[in-house]
Structure formats: C-alpha cells, structure tokens
Design a protein around this ligand. Structure first.
Ligand SMILES: [Ca+2]
Ligand SMILES: [Ca+2]
Ligand SMILES: [Ca+2]
Length: 285
C-alpha cells in the first residue's frame, strides 16, 4: 500500500521542476546532434525516436488543468521484493536494504525502502481515487552509491548510467508496463531527470580529501576518481566531462553555484562539447 512518505514535497518539487525545465531547454540542441554514437546505445534501450508514424501519447493542452502527483518511486509501494536484493540487481546493493543481521531498514530515511514501478502500477486506483491525472516519478536511470556510505540514492538523484534503468525500481519492460497502464487510465507520466550532475565517483583528493568540500574558483589539479577501477560508464568515463572546482559552499555566489558540486555529486561540465554531446537524449513517455 502507499505509505505516508508519498506526499508531495515542495522543496523537492521545485528542484525537480528546475531540472525538467533545463532538459526542455536543452532538448532541441540534443536532438540536433548528427551521427551521434549514442544512437547505437539508444537502439539497445529504445531511446531512439520512434518509427515514422508512431503515435505518441499526446500532452495536455494546458498543464495547469492537470492534477500532478509527485512521488519517490522507492517510497511509494514495493511491488516486487525480488528486486530488493543484490542478486536481482546484478550489483551489490544488499547493504542498502539490510543490516548485518539481515534485517531490513524499513524506517531508515537514508536508505532504499524497496518501492518500484510494479508497486506503483498495482496501486493506480489510489491515484485515480484522488483525482490525479498525471504522476511525476523519480528518475529512471541507474544510480550509483557515491563515496558517502551513510546514504543511498533512493531519490534517484545520483545517476551514473543513462542507458540502463535502475534495477531497484524494476525492469525496462516494467517501466513500459507502468506507463501503458497509466495512459490507459488517462494519466500522464512525467519522468524526473537530473542533468546537472552524476553520482559521486570523483573529486579532489590530492593530500587531503577534505579539500573536496571546499570551493576552488580556478579549479584544483588534484581532481581524480576516488577509485580508478570505478568510473562512470560511457559517455562520462573521462574526467574532462566534469568540473574540478570542489563543492558549492556559498549558494549566493556565481559562478560557484554553476561550477561547484552539489554535496559532492560530480558536476557535469555542461558548457563544453564533451559533456553536451554526452548528455542523455530525452525520451518521450
Ligand atoms: Ca521492490
Ligand atoms: Ca553545475
Ligand atoms: Ca564528486
């Protein structure tokens, strides 16, 4: 059943709205990129434009007429406990869900709770009953655990692989099934997306790792991967895709707010061709 955690949160809503608007602003540029090597990968995950004549689910005439319900997929409903385990996800995230005794952390707000797309699909009556006709879900891309082990990206704001869905939320087919089920009820689906940063896999660590928490206006040459054997997947596997200015401390200072990391997350150099051409191609729901 839906939990008390599923209510909208204004602060997060504002942040999500900013990222969505940024994506909309960039999408004409991203779509215009010719001969993009990403097309090869797109074919794997179905993110290429649909065949000519494909009928997209139409957007509303005016979003102001729509009752939008935003939720964190992880916190809404657990429809498949099998994807809560490391074996189902193909990577070791077990420690995100259980303690050393094997007991889950259902009430630890810093960790995953197990919600997934199937759980949401199974509870659409709940949304319909409230008069909801658009649902805004967490980002769907695979996230990664960053350097700080005290938190896990249950919120989906730490993406690392833009060409794979996050297995903790289900399979690509289950995502499509959810969207089809929503559309069948006349419910629009909005996918949250993060384009400012990725999970925290790199930073400043020359002689003192604490320097990563400071802001360096002219950059810092100690920039590198926390673990050279654990880099972001293509297309963000090179350090040139990221700013090397440390972390934002003064939220009223520009360009610190543009170039600095948001709480350690790896800040994409979106102003460069390297990062722009490597940005995810928007997909339609
Ligand atoms: Ca689950
Ligand atoms: Ca930035
Ligand atoms: Ca970082």
């Amino acid at each position: 059943m839906p939990t008390r955690h599923s209510r909208p949160r204004s602060v997060l809503f504002s942040r999500s709205l900013v990222t969505l608007l940024l994506l909309v602003a960039l999408s004409p540029i991203l779509r215009a990129l010719p001969n993009d090597p990403l097309l090869k990968l797109d074919a794997t995950y179905g993110l290429i434009p649909r065949p000519q004549g494909h009928q997209y689910f139409p957007s509303p005439q005016d979003w102001r007429d729509i009752n939008i319900y935003q939720l964190f997929t992880d916190r809404f409903a657990d429809g498949d406990s099998a994807n809560n385990t490391s074996s189902a996800m193909g990577i070791n995230r077990t420690s995100w869900f259980v303690n050393n005794s094997g007991r889950s952390f259902p009430h630890n707000r810093n960790f995953h709770h197990g919600g997934d797309w199937k759980g949401l699909k199974d509870n659409l009556d709940y949304l319909t009953g409230m008069g909801v006709n658009a649902v805004w879900i967490s980002g769907v891309q695979m996230n990664a655990q960053g350097r700080d082990g005290r938190y896990t990206p249950y919120h989906q704001y730490h993406p690392t692989d833009f060409f794979n869905v996050d297995p903790a939320q289900g399979t690509y087919q289950e995502l499509k099934d959810l969207i089809d089920a929503c559309h069948a009820r006349g419910i629009y689906v909005i996918l949250d997306v993060v384009i400012n940063h990725t999970a925290d896999l790199n930073g400043l660590w020359g002689n003192n790792r604490e320097q990563d928490k400071q802001y360096w206006p002219n950059g810092n040459d100690s920039f590198g991967w926390w673990d050279n054997n654990r880099k972001h997947p293509y297309p963000f596997g090179e350090l040139t895709s990221f700013h090397r200015n440390g972390t934002i401390n003064n939220w009223d200072a520009f360009p610190e707010t543009l170039l600095g990391q948001f709480r350690g997350t790896d800040d994409l150099a979106t102003e460069t061709g390297t990062s722009l051409t490597g940005s995810p191609r928007p997909s339609k729901t």
